[in-house]
Design a protein around this ligand. Structure first.
Ligand SMILES: Cc1ncc(COP(=O)(O)O)c(C=O)c1O
Length: 338
C-alpha cells in the first residue's frame, strides 16, 4: 500500500466521479456551448454571490489571468514573499503581465493590513504604481494557515482607500472555509477576484475557477484564450468539479483530523523540531538529529510513505481524499517505530 502524502494534487478521480464525467453533456466551450462548463461556472459564481466565473485549466492560469486583467505593465503587486503567485508560477507575473512584486515577510504566509499600508508606493515618478494586493488562503508554504476574516476586511479597507484591487489565490480556500466555519459568500463580498482549485482538496483531476464581476470575467475569457486556455469539450472536466462540490467538499474536515493525528505522532519524536500549527490538511515541520529532511523522506519512502523535503530543514506532508483512515493509522504506526 503506497501512501502518497506529497500533495493533495495527487488524488485520482473515484469511479463515481469518472462516471459523472462520462455522463456529462458537452459542447464547444470556446463557443460558450458546453452546458456542463456553463453549469460549473454558474454554480461557482452563485456559491460566492459573485456575478460570473471562468473555468480554467489550472490554478496557475486562473491566478495569472487575474493578475493580467487587474494590472498594466510596470505596475507593482503586493503579496507575501512565499506566495504561490510569486515563487511557484514560473515568473509569470513578469512574463505575462510585465509587473514587479513587492514581497512582504508574513507570518505563516499571512500578511496584515498594516504591512500592506506601509508598502503602497506614493504617487512619485520614480516608483512603480501599486495596483494589486494578492492574498493566499490557505497559505501553502505557511502550512495550510488560514487568515482571520477580520484581517481580510482590514486589508480590503486599505485597498479601497488606495484604489487597489484585491485578488485571492484560493487554491485551498475550501479547507479554510471548513476550518474557520466561513462561507464562500463572505469571501465573494470582499474580493474583486477569487481563484479556487477543483484539483486539490476536492479531488478533481483538473481545473480551477476564476470568479469576479461580469466585465472582469469577459476580459478574463479573452485573456484565457490568448494564454491558450480555451478548451473545447471541457465539460468532461467541469463535471468532475460539479461532482466534487456535491460529494467531496464535506470530506475535507476528515483530512484536517487526519493531519492532526499524524502531527501528534510526529511530535512525540525527538528528531522532529518546530512544527507549524496544523490548521488544515498540511503539515510542515523541522527534522533534525539523526535524520535530515532528505534522509527522513528516503526512510519513509522505503516504508511506502511519500513526503517532500521542502527546505534544507523542513518536511511537508499533505492529507487528502485518497488517504484513508487505515493509511493514517499505518503512518502513525510507522512514525512510532522510527
Ligand atoms: C496556493 C496555490 N495556488 C495555486 C496553485 C496552482 O495550481 P495548479 O497546480 O493547478 O496550477 C497551487 C498549486 O499547488 C497552490 O498550492
Amino acid at each position: 500500500m503506497l501512501i502518497d502524502l506529497r500533495s493533495d494534487t495527487f488524488t485520482k478521480p473515484s469511479a463515481e466521479m469518472l462516471e459523472a464525467m462520462m455522463q456529462a453533456p458537452v459542447g464547444d466551450d470556446v463557443f460558450g456551448e458546453d452546458p456542463t462548463v456553463n453549469r460549473l461556472e454558474t454554480i461557482t459564481a452563485e456559491m460566492f454571490g459573485m456575478e460570473a466565473a471562468l473555468f480554467c485549466p489550472s490554478g496557475t492560469m486562473a491566478n495569472q489571468i487575474a493578475i493580467k486583467c487587474h494590472t498594466q505593465p510596470g505596475n507593482e503587486i503586493i503579496c507575501e514573499k512565499n506566495s504561490h503567485v510569486y515563487i511557484y508560477e514560473g515568473g509569470g507575473i513578469a512574463f505575462n503581465s510585465g509587473c514587479q512584486v513587492k514581497p512582504i515577510e508574513g507570518i505563516r504566509g499571512l500578511i496584515t493590513a498594516e504591512q500592506v499600508q506601509q508598502l503602497i508606493n506614493p504617487e512619485d515618478i520614480h516608483k512603480a504604481p501599486t495596483a494589486l494586493v494578492s492574498l493566499e488562503n490557505t497559505s501553502n508554504r505557511g502550512g495550510g494557515a488560514c487568515y482571520e476574516f477580520d484581517e481580510i476586511l482590514k486589508i480590503k479597507n486599505t485597498c479601497v482607500e488606495n484604489s487597489l484591487k484585491l485578488h485571492l489565490d484560493g487554491a485551498r480556500l475550501w479547507n479554510a472555509l471548513v476550518a474557520k466555519n466561513e462561507t464562500p459568500a463572505q469571501f465573494g463580498e470582499v474580493f474583486d477576484t477569487i481563484s479556487v482549485c477543483l484539483s486539490k482538496g476536492l479531488g478533481a483531476p483538473v481545473g480551477s475557477v476564476l470568479i469576479g464581476k461580469n466585465d472582469f470575467i469577459n476580459k478574463a475569457r479573452r485573456v484565457r484564450k490568448i494564454f491558450g486556455g480555451g478548451m473545447r469539450q471541457a465539460g468532461y472536466l467541469a463535471a468532475a468539479g460539479i461532482y466534487a462540490y456535491e460529494f467531496n467538499y464535506g470530506k475535507l474536515a476528515q483530512d484536517h483530523q487526519h493531519a492532526k493525528e499524524i502531527a501528534e505522532a510526529l511530535l512525540k519524536k525527538d528528531f522532529i523540531g518546530k512544527m507549524l500549527p496544523v490548521e488544515t490538511n498540511i503539515l510542515i515541520f523541522e527534522v533534525h538529529g539523526h535524520y535530515s529532511p532528505v534522509s527522513f523522506a528516503e526512510k519513509l519512502k522505503k516504508l511506502n510513505i511519500l513526503v517532500i523535503p521542502i527546505s534544507p530543514t523542513q518536511v511537508r506532508m499533505v492529507l487528502h481524499l485518497d488517504i484513508t483512515q487505515q493509511m493514517v493509522r499505518e503512518v502513525v504506526e510507522v512514525i512510532g517505530h522510527l
